[in-house]
Design a protein around this ligand. Structure first.
Ligand code: NAP
Length: 287
């Protein structure tokens, strides 16, 4: 089996790189400087050279706030880039794994009652910000393509590489006694090492279609910060604030829990948040 990773320098892409290296599985991986997925000819050339059986698309435009102003750029990477990969994978007979986000859903607080276990994979996707819209546009491209694909949505992604909430909180805890965190947005983190492990398992099961991978349970960002400090032995205090007290360019979902039901039906156990968080904190502290 030949594997090719796009966005290999990102948070999730680096986890895939780590996985393949640790397991001594041959692969090729490219950051945007080596393979820009918005360039169809470049995608075709590299596919022709590497001849992968499986393409793992970790490339994405992920700056949620900047996407409000850079809509064109966000859509170019998150929609057109996916279109190029899907077309070329179809042409070369390669299987495409693509990642998307909880932000494709509307994120209304009422949805918390409608979907107590989280948005199912087939819930109506109606994103509330430009990043979510661009990611949904990429999903639609994939759904309409003739490639063989697996679409995995993740939420509140965190891993040892790149920027994420866990790393930000640990850093802030070194600088401040009290940290303001929003308490009215609910969801669940996905851990990069769990996402990679489960993606491999789904690949082995030869499933296609849409799956969600997040950890079990639901909590607010403020409670997640408390859990981080408790597990990391930090004394910083978390102060609840509402979303209106933390203005940002892009509207954030109040509710973005992803249902893991389909994952469970496939025979996989959603991650235990505290256990995975503990593992991640150790990885971050060691690095
Ligand atoms: N981060 C989250 O909280 C979160 C939450 C839910 C879902 N997701 C989804 O999870 C997936 C992985 O996200 P992540 O956090 O790993 O993202 P990330 O850390 O921002 O990494 C994005 C990667 O995409 C690459 N990239 C950007 N533009 C590209 C282009 N035109 N061509 C090729 N590569 C390009 C970047 O390369 P350079 O570094 O070289 O620019 C980088 O390697 C994405 O699909 C994202 O939408 C993320």
């Amino acid at each position: 089996m030949n594997y090719l990773i796009t966005g290999a320098t990102g948070q999730l892409g680096s986890e895939w790189v780590r996985y393949f290296k640790q397991n001594q599985i041959p692969f090729t991986g490219y950051g945007s400087a080596q393979l820009d997925i918005t360039n169809r000819d470049a995608v075709k050339r590299i596919m022709d050279e590497d001849k992968p059986n499986v393409v793992i698309n970790c490339a994405a435009y992920t700056n949620v706030d900047r996407a409000e102003e850079e809509q064109e750029k966000a859509f170019l990477v998150n929609k057109t880039g996916v279109k190029h990969l899907a077309e070329v994978c179809s042409q070369f007979g390669a299987f495409l794994i693509h990642y998307s986000t909880d932000y494709v859903f509307p994120g209304k607080i009422e949805d918390r009652e409608t979907y107590p276990d989280g948005y199912p994979v087939d819930a109506t996707a109606n994103p509330s910000n430009q990043y979510g819209k661009s990611k949904r546009a990429g999903e639609i491209v994939l759904e309409n393509s003739s490639a063989n694909w697996l679409l995995i949505r993740v939420s509140w992604l965190c891993g040892a590489s790149g920027r994420n909430f866990v790393k930000t909180m640990l850093k802030l805890s070194e600088q401040r006694e009290r940290i303001d965190v929003v308490h009215d947005q609910f969801g669940s983190p996905s851990f990069t090492f769990d996402v990679v492990e489960k993606s491999v398992q789904l690949l082995q099961k030869e499933v296609t279609g849409i799956y969600h991978i997040s950890s079990r349970g639901e909590l607010s960002w403020a409670d997640f910060a408390r859990e981080i400090f408790q597990l990391a032995g930090k004394s910083a205090e978390v102060h609840n604030i509402s979303s209106s007290e933390f203005p940002v360019a892009a509207k954030r979902p109040y509710f973005s829990l992803l249902s893991n039901k389909k994952l469970i039906q496939a025979g996989l156990e959603p991650a235990n948040r505290k256990k995975e968080l503990n593992q991640l904190i150790q990885q971050i502290q060691l690095s």
